[in-house]
Write a protein that binds this ligand. Structure first.
Ligand code: AMP
Length: 135
C-alpha cells in the first residue's frame, strides 16, 4: 500500500491533500504522471486503470484526498454522491449505460477490501459478464 508522509497542504492543479506524500492519483491530477483521462471537472477526475480487470476499467477519483470510505465525513457527502453520478456519465460515454450491457462499481476499503491506493476511488468495470460473489 502507498504511504503518505509529508505535511498537509494544497496540491497543484486543484488537488487538495490532507497530509503526507502525494498519492499516485494526485500525481495524475497534477499531470506529474500521465493518465488516460475520460472525464475531469472541478471535483473529480476519471481515467482508465493501468491494469484493467475488464475491457472497460475506469477509476473515478475525487480531487480532495479522502483516504477511504471509512474515513469520509459528513462534509464529503456531496462529493461522494458526485462520484456516482460521474460514474454513470462515464458509463454512458463508453456505451455501457444500458440494462443489456451494464457495469459494476466497486470501492475497496482497507486490507481485506483489497485497497492498494489510499485515495478513495470508484472502480467502473464493464465490457464483460462479471461474476457474483466477487473473489
Ligand atoms: P485499489 O486496489 O482499489 O486501491 O485500486 C487501485 C487501482 O489503481 C488498481 O486497479 C491499479 O491498477 C490502479 N493504478 C495504479 N497506478 C495507476 C496509474 N498510474 N494509472 C492508472 N491506474 C493505476
Amino acid at each position: 500500500m502507498e504511504d503518505r508522509d509529508t505535511p498537509p497542504g494544497f496540491g497543484p492543479a486543484g488537488s487538495v491533500f490532507t497530509g503526507n506524500a502525494m498519492t499516485i492519483f494526485e500525481k495524475i491530477i497534477a499531470r506529474e504522471i500521465p493518465g488516460d483521462i475520460e472525464h475531469e471537472d472541478d471535483r473529480c477526475i476519471a481515467f482508465h486503470d493501468i491494469q484493467p480487470q475488464a475491457p472497460i476499467h475506469v477509476l473515478i477519483v475525487p480531487k480532495k484526498v479522502i483516504p477511504r470510505v471509512g474515513e469520509a465525513t459528513a462534509e464529503d457527502e456531496a462529493v461522494l454522491g458526485h462520484l456516482l453520478l460521474v460514474a454513470g456519465q462515464v458509463a454512458s460515454q463508453l456505451g455501457v449505460n444500458s440494462t443489456d450491457k451494464g457495469f459494476r462499481l466497486v470501492i475497496n476499503n482497507g486490507s481485506n477490501g483489497g485497497e492498494a491506493v489510499p485515495h478513495l476511488h470508484v472502480h467502473l468495470l464493464a465490457g464483460r459478464s462479471l461474476q457474483w460473489p466477487p473473489g
